[in-house]
Design a protein around this ligand. Structure first.
Ligand code: F6P
Length: 524
């Protein structure tokens, strides 16, 4: 069965929301906490180690009711069931979307279990030094070679869970930028480095080119026969990996029902596994699994991903907010935003609906941000006093990991203060100086989590995965394909030919042609 294909703007609830929005758009809402002493209780969700406060949003009970009704009217429940039951909801690629099956500990597919055991075994041998390099030395460094979903998730998680890391150093080669590859190789010893080439397709230009450069570098000091001790592949294209020279037992399989940007839970997470150990990796999966159950079973009004998605739709489609920021008050989460940017924007940056029609309403939000408190000293000026409405998610933890409560209290005081200042502004004060006036009324969600553990990180990531799914369902788009990245790849092939043949006239566009001529002049 295919996903529901309802144009959201044609529903009765959308029309009711438009009417409601006209009543809401000019409202300064700071007083609502005075008028309704229960507001902070009414607009919150407590779940396991998570506390979501969404009371500082430009919503009333009626807004929430209407948004929840919209979710009903577009058949969100049915879509969730379809996704989890493995229907081929990625219609344009004719694939199921089952990253949730990678962490379904109640009903694990035998092939998922098998791969997990292979990951456990391999990562343990690398970590305890029994799986050695070609000169008999233990592995000290693990390099993940991959891009997009084959990079961002593993890097984000290994950075986020640095506290739980073992002695292995983890590196990421993603960019085709040869300078970066050279810089990364500078500190590495071929005798003690393990390279994991991660590519679902095993055809991605950057990854294959970088892996070839690295292989050449390795072979300066070692022989072809040594490759099997140092090169591992993670791919759905086993033949491609074998052609590259990876032996079959060194290939960790991937399934076509796992999308790249949702693949960190699969064998794509091998570098995570090596870095934090299998048990912690399993905890990460379990945290995501807990969130999957919450998402699947909880009523929508108590359902974290659903509520966050609906709020985002409210701002995106009614207030015309084009972007939303994510600010995590933890340096460990400094790679969260780049990870979310791929997850959210590659999924929901679409302008054709599920019926194949051009869309005339807004879809995918622009996601941006960085960590707090650094961000406060960079772009928060614009959040507070700029002309744009930027709903912001604040993510923070009750407990620090190293026990430094002095710093942590300051960090979190800033978190709480910023959400308050954004909401309240200088509303209650008489401010004569216009430059010191803060309008307030700026919406935020506060996601307060007990502690940054592998389990909680798994749940947090799953929240955002499910949030983007809900939004895609509402917007009537296919969130799980990414045709939009293909055109540039094709054009680049022609451009590379023009560069290699030193012939700018091979490219079509006059501006590009001139640029190429200039580039080729410089590189001669
Ligand atoms: O070009 C985009 C993309 O296809 C992403 O969706 C994917 O995560 C990335 O490239 C890498 O793809 P692969 O894992 O096949 O190398």
């Amino acid at each position: 069965m295919s996903l529901p294909k309802v144009n959201p703007t044609k529903t009765d609830t959308w029309k009711a929301l438009e009417k409601h929005f006209r009543e809401m758009e000019m409202l300064q809402m700071q007083d609502v906490f005075l008028k309704d002493s229960d507001r902070a209780d009414d607009f919150k969700i407590e779940w396991q180690d998570f506390y979501l406060d969404y009371s500082k949003n430009r919503i009333t009970d009626e807004t929430l009711l209407l948004l929840l009704k919209l979710a009903e009217e577009i058949n969100l429940k049915e879509a969730i069931v379809q996704q989890f039951s493995g229907e081929r909801i990625n219609e344009t690629e004719d694939r199921a979307v089952l990253h949730t099956a990678l962490r379904d500990f109640n009903n694990m597919k035998p092939e998922v279990w098998e791969t997990l055991q292979k990951m456990r075994h391999f990562s343990e041998e690398i970590t305890n030094g029994s799986n050695k390099g070609f000169t008999g030395k233990a592995i000290t460094d693990v390099v993940n070679i991959g891009i997009g979903g084959s990079h961002l998730g593993p890097e984000m998680v290994t950075e986020a869970l640095q506290f739980y890391r073992n002695h292995l150093r983890t590196h990421f080669i993603a960019n085709i930028d040869g300078d970066d590859v050279a810089e990364k190789l500078k500190s590495l010893n071929p005798e003690t480095t393990l390279f994991i080439i991660v590519s679902k397709s095993f055809t991605t230009q950057e990854t294959i080119a970088n892996a070839s450069v690295v292989k050449k570098w390795f072979l300066k000091n070692a022989s072809e026969a040594d490759i099997e001790k140092h090169f591992i592949a993670v791919s759905a294209n086993v033949e491609g990996a074998k052609e590259f020279g990876i032996s079959e037992e060194n290939i960790f399989p991937m399934k076509d029902w796992v999308g790249g940007r949702f693949s960190l839970w699969s064998s794509v997470g091998l570098s995570i596994c090596c870095s934090i150990g299998f048990n912690n990796f399993e905890e990460l999966l379990k945290g995501a699994f807990e969130m999957d159950k919450h998402f699947k079973n909880e009523d929508f009004n108590q359902n974290i991903p659903v509520v966050l998605a609906l709020l985002s739709v409210w701002y995106n489609n009614f207030f015309n907010a084009e972007s939303e920021a994510v600010v995590a008050y933890s340096q460990y989460l400094h790679k969260l935003v780049p990870y979310l940017q791929q997850a959210v924007m590659e999924s929901n940056g679409k302008s054709v609906d599920r019926n194949g029609n051009k869309i005339d309403y807004q879809t995918g939000t622009i996601v941006w941000g960085n960590v707090g408190s650094n961000s406060q000293h960079a772009y928060f000026q614009l959040l507070h006093q700029g002309t744009k409405l930027i709903p912001t998610d604040f993510i923070g933890f009750s407990e620090p990991l190293h026990g430094n409560s002095y710093n942590h209290n300051i960090l979190m005081a800033n978190f709480f203060a910023q959400t308050e200042a954004l909401w309240e502004g200088t509303h209650a004060e008489k401010v004569e100086n216009p430059f010191k006036f803060f309008e307030g009324n700026k919406p935020t969600n506060s996601i307060l989590i007990k502690k940054l553990t592998p389990r909680n990180l798994g749940s947090l990531i799953a929240i955002y995965e499910h949030k983007l799914f809900v939004q895609g369902i509402i917007w009537n788009i296919f969130s799980y394909d990414q045709w939009g990245v293909e055109l540039g790849k094709t054009v680049a092939k022609g451009t590379l030919t023009a560069i290699e043949k030193n012939n700018p006239s091979l490219v079509k566009n006059p501006s590009t042609r001139k640029l190429l001529a200039q580039f080729l002049k410089k590189s001669q």
